[in-house]
Design a protein around this ligand. Structure first.
Ligand code: PMV
Length: 333
C-alpha cells in the first residue's frame, strides 16, 4: 500500500546532545523544541510486490542502498518497522525537503517523522501519536519531537526499553503565534560530522560532558515555565545559554567539533550588539553553521533589515510555530 506524510523540522530551545543508549536512541537528557511552520519534508512510501527492493530517492536523487550509511540509518529503520509489522516486503521511499538536507537544519527530524507516519499508515501499524514519536525516535532522536506541533518536550525516560522516552506537546502552535525563528543560512553544504557520530564522541571525550548534564534540568524547567507564561526573555536567554553550553561540549570533544564559520560568528556578535541596543533577540545553533535568531513577530522586519546590511549577509527564512506530522494525499509517485 502507498501512503504519504508531511512533517516539519523542529529547532531545540534546550538541546539533546548525547545518548544513554546508542542502539535504541535514548537520550542522556530531556530536550524542548519548537516545530517550525516551514522546513517541510514530504515523503511517500510504498510496500508490496510493486517495490522490487528497498529504494530511497531523496531530493530527486537515488541514494545508494548498498552503502554503509544506508545500512546504518534508513535500512536499519525500515528493518525495525518490518519487524513491528511482521512483514518482509521491500519498501520504496521517495522524499523531498523544501530546504537543504544535512546542513544543521534538522532535516533528519522532519525526515524520520514523515517516514514513520507514512509507514504507520502504509503498514497499518495502528500507532497513536505517542507511539509514533517513539518509532520516529528510532530513526533520529530529534524526529521524536516533530511528531507534534508547537512547543514540544522530549522526555528523557528511565526505562531501558525506551517505552517512556517520547515527545509530549507542551503548547500547540496557536499558543504563541507571535514567536519567530529567523533562520540564517551561512553555508548549506552537508556537514562533515553528523550529529550521531558527533554526540557519541562528545560523551566519550569531552571533559565538559558532566557539566552539560548537570545544567540541563534547570534549563528545561526555565523553558517549560517561559513557554507556559509566554515569557520571551526567559525562553530566549535560556535557549541562547543552553546552545552555547552544547557548543562548548562540542568544541572540547576530541577531535574537536567546530561547526562555526566566520559568517556564523558575525551573526552571533550582531545579535548580542542589537540586544544590548534594545532590540530583543537571542540566538541558537545546532550541529551546523546556521544561526537561528529567536524574536517576537513585531521586531523580525528590523532584524531582517539589519541582517541584510551585514558585510556578508546570510540567506534568511523566517518561521513561526508549525503543526505536527500529518498524512497527506499528495503522493510523490
Ligand atoms: O536527532 P539528531 O541525531 O539529528 O540530533 C540532533 C541534535 C541537535 O540538533 C544538535 C540538538 C537537538 O536537540 O535537536
Amino acid at each position: 500500500m502507498k501512503a504519504s506524510a508531511v512533517a516539519r523540522a523542529n529547532i531545540a530551545l534546550v538541546k539533546y546532545w548525547g545518548k544513554r543508549d546508542e542502539e535504541r536512541i535514548l537520550p542522556a537528557n530531556g530536550s524542548i523544541s519548537l516545530t517550525l511552520d516551514g522546513f517541510t519534508t514530504l515523503t511517500t512510501v510504498e510496500t508490496g510486490p510493486r517495490a522490487p527492493r528497498d529504494e530511497l530517492i531523496l531530493d530527486g536523487k537515488a541514494r545508494g542502498t548498498d552503502t554503509r550509511e544506508f545500512r546504518e540509518t534508513v535500512s536499519r529503520f525500515i528493518g525495525l518497522v518490518r519487524h513491528e509489522a511482521g512483514m518482509l516486503d521491500p519498501v520504496k521511499i521517495v522524499s523531498r525537503n523544501d530546504f537543504p538536507t544535512g546542513a544543521g537544519l534538522a532535516s533528519s527530524a522532519s525526515g524520520y517523522a514523515a517516514l514513520a507516519c507514512a509507514l504507520n499508515e502504509a503498514l497499518a501499524l495502528g500507532l497513536d501519536a505517542r507511539e509514533l514519536s517513539i518509532l520516529a525516535r528510532r530513526g533520529s532522536g530529534s524526529a521524536t519531537r516533530s511528531v507534534f506541533g508547537g512547543f514540544v518536550e522530549w522526555v528523557r525516560g528511565e526505562r531501558g526499553d525506551g517505552s517512556d522516552s517520547h515527545a509530549v506537546p507542551l503548547a500547540g502552535p496557536d499558543h504563541w503565534p507571535a514567536f519567530r525563528m529567523v533562520v540564517c543560512l551561512t553555508d548549506t553544504q552537508e556537514k562533515k560530522v553528523k550529529s550521531r557520530a558527533g554526540m557519541a564522541s562528545s560523551v566519550a571525550t569531552s571533559p565538559f560532558w558532566g557539566g552539560w548534564l548537570r545544567c540541563v534540568e534547570a534549563d528545561l524547567e526555565a523553558v517549560r515555565h517561559g513557554v507556559a507564561s509566554r515569557d520571551f526573555s526567559l525562553v530566549g536567554a535560556t535557549a541562547e545559554a543552553n546552545a552555547l553550553k552544547m557548543h562548548a561540549v562540542m568544541m572540547t570533544t576530541s577531535p574537536s567539533l567546530l561547526y562555526w564559520n566566520p559568517r556564523t560568528v558575525q551573526i552571533l556578535q550582531a545579535v548580542r550588539e542589537w540586544r544590548e541596543g534594545g532590540l530583543e533577540c537571542y540566538f541558537t545553533m545546532d550541529a551546523g553553521p546556521q544561526v537561528k535568531i529567536l524574536c517576537i513577530e513585531d521586531v523580525s522586519p528590523e532584524i531582517r533589515t539589519r541582517l541584510s546590511r551585514l558585510p556578508h549577509p546570510p540567506d534568511v527564512v523566517e518561521a513561526s510555530p508549525g503543526e505536527g506530522v500529518a498524512l497527506t494525499e499528495k503522493h510523490l509517485f
